[in-house]
Design a protein around this ligand. Structure first.
Ligand SMILES: O=P(O)(O)OC[C@H]1O[C@H](O[C@H]2O[C@H](CO)[C@@H](O)[C@H](O)[C@H]2O)[C@H](O)[C@@H](O)[C@@H]1O
Length: 185
């Protein structure tokens, strides 16, 4: 665990993001067996924090890839649904206003978010471009990848030591092993 200051959940504002594209695969540190994942899932949770901001290009990319419109109902119910489910991307000024004075923390899904959905889960790799985007985000916000996958498997795909990784649906969480220079929020 690194030296981040702890934050109160009620003071945190979260954002979720990122387009999925096919890309390179990186050989990794040794994968562990499934039973190691279950064992690790019993380990302690140590999420913590730091800083703020989001680049225009990442935001545009997020908007372009958002599946939100595909999930919303058509017809007369649409407007009411939109009203009750404001998009953080379309309502970004509102998000910024809500975030004022608060600690922003980024929680990112992996499959179908940072990586494309593919038939073979072992081939759900993320692009180098995506990796750089996430690395950039982590320079501004404490950033966590939250996945149903085993934590080590997600790390093997993402390979960024400055992130938090929450594997096994959040049962197994590990903090950064490398400090990222978050700008204070
Ligand atoms: O929470 P996530 O990071 O989104 O993980 C959810 C599950 O993702 C993986 O399965 C999904 O992606 C695969 C690769 O694209 C795809 O083949 C599968 O059909 C999807 O369900 C992963 O294999 C699961 O263990 C995760 O729970």
């Amino acid at each position: 665990m690194t030296n981040h200051a702890a934050f109160a959940a009620e003071d945190a504002v979260t954002a979720v993001a990122a387009p999925a594209q096919p890309g390179r695969h990186f050989a990794s540190f040794p994968p562990r067996r499934a039973r190691d994942c279950r064992k690790a899932a019993l380990g302690r949770m140590d999420l913590a924090t730091s800083g703020v901001l989001m680049s225009g290009s990442l935001l545009d990319s997020m908007k372009a890839s958002s599946p939100r419109h595909a999930m919303s109902p058509a017809g007369a119910d649409h407007e009411e649904w939109i009203e009750n489910h404001p998009s953080a991307l379309e309502w970004f000024e509102g998000v910024l206003a809500a975030a004022a004075g608060k600690q922003i923390v980024m929680f990112l899904d992996y499959d179908g978010t940072l990586s494309p959905i593919v038939e073979d889960p072992e081939r759900a790799v993320m692009t180098e471009e995506m990796r750089e985007a996430v690395r950039g985000v982590a320079q501004h916000f404490p950033t966590a990848i939250v996945s149903g996958r085993c934590r080590d498997k997600v790390f093997n795909f993402v390979k960024l030591e400055e992130l938090y990784y929450a594997g096994s649906h959040g049962m197994d969480i590990k903090g950064p092993t490398k400090v990222s220079n978050h700008k204070a929020g």
